[in-house]
Design a protein around this ligand. Structure first.
Ligand code: CA
Length: 219
């Protein structure tokens, strides 16, 4: 689950990033409305957490512009303003939920879980290819009837490939789904995940497209 965090308060942002990361989210962080709109049009996240008080564009305007590009992505507003008018303006402009600062991080997690449930009930949750069944709602993978325990990043690689069966995913696309911006990626990390997946799923399930990336054949 990729989260875009739009927050100009650096200490709050770094605390949230850390907490979300520990919960297993991939978090990308920007500090301005312009940067947020750029990311949303180029690398749309699954969920956006948007501070209303940004240095360049007002959060409500960011939200309105974001909704023109992306109507379905869940957006959670953060605000220091407690006025009910702000809350109403935010919800009227297309926000899905709202948290007033200061808030408990556990409450943020609870709101995100609601979004995640909604996302997985909209998307097809089960993908079956050959003997492999991946259930995105329960984050589980079943091979020929047996539950496989996959580390989070292996699961994410497999999920990306299965969701895009029949298409080649490049290394950079796969890596972008695995790591936060600025996170240190050693050059062969992806190969290591693929290697482990092949040991568990059989050597032929994931094909290497030499010089390009990886793919799983369409069922
Ligand atoms: Ca702010």
């Amino acid at each position: 689950m990729q989260i875009l965090l739009v927050e100009d308060d650096r200490s709050l942002a770094s605390g949230l990033r850390h907490a979300l990361h520990k919960q297993g989210y991939v978090v990308n962080h920007v500090e301005s409305g312009e940067a947020a709109l750029h990311v949303i049009s180029t690398e749309p996240p699954d969920i956006t957490i948007l501070d209303l008080g940004l240095p360049d564009i007002d959060g409500i305007d960011v939200l309105k512009r974001l909704r023109k590009k992306n109507s379905s992505m869940p957006v959670l507003l953060l605000t220091a303003r407690s006025a009910i008018e702000d809350k109403i303006a935010g919800l009227d402009s297309g926000a899905d939920d709202y948290l007033a600062k200061p808030f408990e991080v556990t409450e943020l997690f609870a709101r995100l879980r609601v979004f995640e449930r909604r996302i997985s009930s909209v998307k097809t949750t089960e993908i079956v290819i050959g003997d492999v069944c991946l259930d995105a709602a329960s984050h589980s993978v079943i091979l020929s009837g047996d539950l496989l325990e996959l580390p989070r990043k292996e699961y994410m690689v497999l999920k990306s490939l299965m969701e895009n069966a029949g298409r080649v995913l490049t290394r950079s696309v796969l890596e972008a789904r695995l790591y936060d911006w600025g996170e240190e990626v050693t050059s062969n990390t992806l190969e290591v995940h693929i290697h482990h997946l092949r040991k568990k799923l059989g050597a032929d399930f994931i094909k290497t497209i030499r010089g390009v990336g990886y793919k799983i054949a369409k069922p």
